[in-house]
Design a protein around this ligand. Structure first.
Ligand code: BES
Ligand code: ZN
Length: 631
């Protein structure tokens, strides 16, 4: 018999045999059981055979789910769950009576319940919500948590259309377009009502999303709605209505028309562990973007940009995550420049990004695998590789290509790239080939010559900082840099200066200018004296501002200064915000200043408030890998 060669799958973070079968459609039917804090239902995949090899089984990813029954083409099938393989879960193996011919499809229906160990769902009791009236639940599947809701090919290299049927006593939203027949009020008697949604654009499993709770809705643009708790609705509407449509139009002018129909935002309870998550139709967002000053809506420009980079054109595996996040950061900053009217605005954001890149490199060490653009994730958990590096090194790479080719030429490439890969997944080598092909010598001789200079291997595989200096326009950060220099001299007793701080120093500043100033202070070669840090907090009004980007950074400055009194503000913030970007450095700061007991007590008090993913990260921050508090 001729040997059948099966290519190795590109994605090392799935146990599924997606090179034999591909999911083309997934139909999910779930009851949301708030009392038991679980989802219970049936998931039906349509799977197409894509090899001539006679595969006798289908293997799907699962993690901590309870499987009750499996049917293949409506007939009960034999199945088993393989032993758990950390960090990927247990493979579900379904026996096929007879092999499936190339390009034929079968349906696989699985009755499944989630369990208390599910890492993708957070359940809030009524007491944990803002108006304390109703329970709440939401999902967060990226990177590999979809498998803890239902068995699936949990890889971004496979895309399927979806339909959702969800039964819940409370309003439901999902990553699909809502059916017009959906109920528009909560059920009066507390019984479940049925909500249906459809996603006709093929999406990877990590973009499956649902949420249910006491939701109310308001329009924030011609194709946009915000959903949130009734008490928060007006402030969320105000925060988003000025910019959402402007961002959509700017994104469309850079790439091509928005492909998903509606662009909506769900503003979640404060335990949402990320700034935002680009779930199709409904971006999920942290309530910390509702700062009352419209200064944090850049998160929306970012999530919206994923409508092209990530959601239409997806990384084939998490090893090429920069294709999702670097491209998205690039588009987000181009959108900012269009909306504010000047490239200095994107450079402003890029300068903040460079600092985030440098913090992440310092955190890992500058020769660490995860500081590369293209990383090796074999046997590893993509959550452990999550940092600013794919965002910011990816951005710098695209910025470099833009500067090398000229903005006009690069702008021709953008829609081309997003057209070629629309609806597909790609890796970094596909990206390189697409760029080189577009600017090939016969069509674009000048650009082709310029591209000869690109050292692809260095960009892809060298760890640490990019080997190219972007030379950003510092116009918008100069006042912040000047003020930081004053503070440096002011606190350096060898060099007394006549300058003294007053509130006028920061009068009229934007929150992001304050962020740049505080980051400069954080990077001083020695921390401020505690009294100076305390004084800064008082005169600049940064200790308990509503803008957490500002307050969390100030609190880091104060902790580094050893201002012991500040731990009360830190633990108060840690009980109110569960976004990992803020939570992790604040716990790290407490541990570093010797407030380990306060950190442990704060975690014990709030651990039910935090999302499971965040909880895991805090345990690593406080206890390290040993399980004992860090010294
Ligand atoms: N897709 C990410 C969030 C994410 C990444 C969740 C990996 C799980 C695994 C999202 O688009 C994102 O980047 N959010 C940022 C916001 C942003 C403005 C950079 C965040 O959460 O901070
Ligand atoms: Zn993103």
């Amino acid at each position: 018999m001729a040997e059948v060669v099966i290519n190795k799958p590109r994605d090392p973070n799935t146990l599924s045999n997606y090179n034999n079968f591909r999911t083309t459609h997934t139909s999910t039917n779930f009851d949301i059981l708030f009392n038991e804090q679980k989802l219970s239902g049936t998931v039906t995949h349509t799977l197409e055979s894509i090899t001539k090899a006679e595969a006798h089984e289908i293997i799907l990813d699962t993690s901590h789910v309870q499987i009750k029954q499996v049917k293949v083409n409506d007939q009960s099938a034999k199945w088993e769950l393989a032993p758990r393989m950390e960090p990927y879960g247990s493979a579900l193996k379904v026996k096929l009576d007879k092999p499936v011919a190339l390009h034929d499809s079968i349906t696989l229906a699985i009755d499944v319940d989630t369990t208390a160990a599910c890492t993708a769902l957070q359940w809030l009791t009524p007491a944990q919500t803002s108006n304390k009236k109703h329970p709440y639940m939401f999902s967060q599947c990226q990177a590999i948590h979809a498998r803890s809701i239902f068995p699936c090919q949990d890889t971004p290299d496979v895309k399927a259309t979806f339909d959702f049927t969800v039964n819940s006593p409370l309003p439901v939203i999902a990553s699909g377009i809502a059916a017009s027949s959906n109920p528009d009020t909560s059920s009066a008697d507390g019984n479940a009502q049925t909500y249906k949604f459809e996603q006709k654009v093929p999406i990877p499993a990590y973009l499956f999303a649902i949420a249910s709770g006491d939701l109310s809705f308001a329009s924030v643009g011609p194709r946009s709605t915000v959903a949130t708790g009734p008490d928060e609705l007006q402030e969320c509407k105000w925060e988003l209505e000025a910019d959402t449509e402007k961002y959509l139009k700017a994104g469309e002018s850079l790439v091509y028309p928005y492909a998903w129909g509606e662009y909506n935002v769900l503003v979640l309870p404060p335990s949402f562990p990320y700034g935002g998550m680009e779930n199709p139709i409904y971006t999920f967002a942290t309530p910390t973007i509702i700062s009352g000053d419209r200064q944090n809506v850049d998160v929306i420009a970012h999530e919206l940009s994923h409508s092209w980079s990530g959601n239409l054109v997806s990384n084939a595996s998490w090893e090429h995550f920069w294709l999702n996040e670097g491209w998205t950061t690039y588009l987000e900053r181009r959108i900012q420049a269009i909306v504010h009217g000047g490239n200095e605005w994107r450079d402003f954001s890029a300068i903040i990004g460079w600092k985030a890149l440098s913090d992440s490199i310092a955190q890992y060490g500058d020769d660490h695998e995860f500081t590369k653009l293209v990383i090796d994730l074999k046997g590893k958990d993509p959550d452990d590789a999550f940092s600013s590096i794919p965002y910011e090194k990816g951005f710098v790479f695209l910025y470099y290509l833009e500067k090398l080719l000229g903005q006009e030429s690069f702008d021709e490439f953008i829609p081309h790239y997003f057209t070629v890969w629309k609806g597909k997944s790609l890796d970094s080598y596909d990206f390189k080939a697409t760029l080189l092909d577009f600017f090939s010598a016969d069509k674009h001789a000048d650009e082709a010559k310029k591209l000869d200079q690109v050292d692809w291997d260095t960009w892809f595989y060298s760890p640490g900082f990019p080997k190219w200096d972007p030379k950003y326009d510092t116009k918008l950060v100069d006042p912040a840099l000047r003020l930081a220099k004053h503070w440096y001299r002011f606190t350096n007793p060898d060099d007394p200066a006549s300058w003294g701080p007053t509130w006028v120093d920061v009068d009229g500043w934007s929150a992001n200018q304050m962020v740049v100033f505080l980051e400069q202070v954080l990077a001083f070669d020695k921390p401020l004296p505690a009294a100076h840090a305390n004084y800064m907090g008082a005169i600049y009004n940064v200790k308990d501002t509503r803008n957490v980007e500002v307050s969390s950074r100030y609190l880091q400055v104060a902790m580094a200064a050893g201002d012991w009194n500040v731990h009360v503000f830190v633990t108060e913030l840690l009980g109110r915000v569960g976004r990992m970007k803020f939570v992790r450095p604040l716990y790290r700061g407490l541990v570093k200043m010797g407030a380990i007991n306060e950190a442990v007590a704060c975690f014990e008090k709030n651990k039910d408030f935090y999302h499971p993913i965040c909880r895991q990260m805090i345990v690593k921050e406080i206890f390290g890998k040993t399980g004992h508090p860090r010294p």
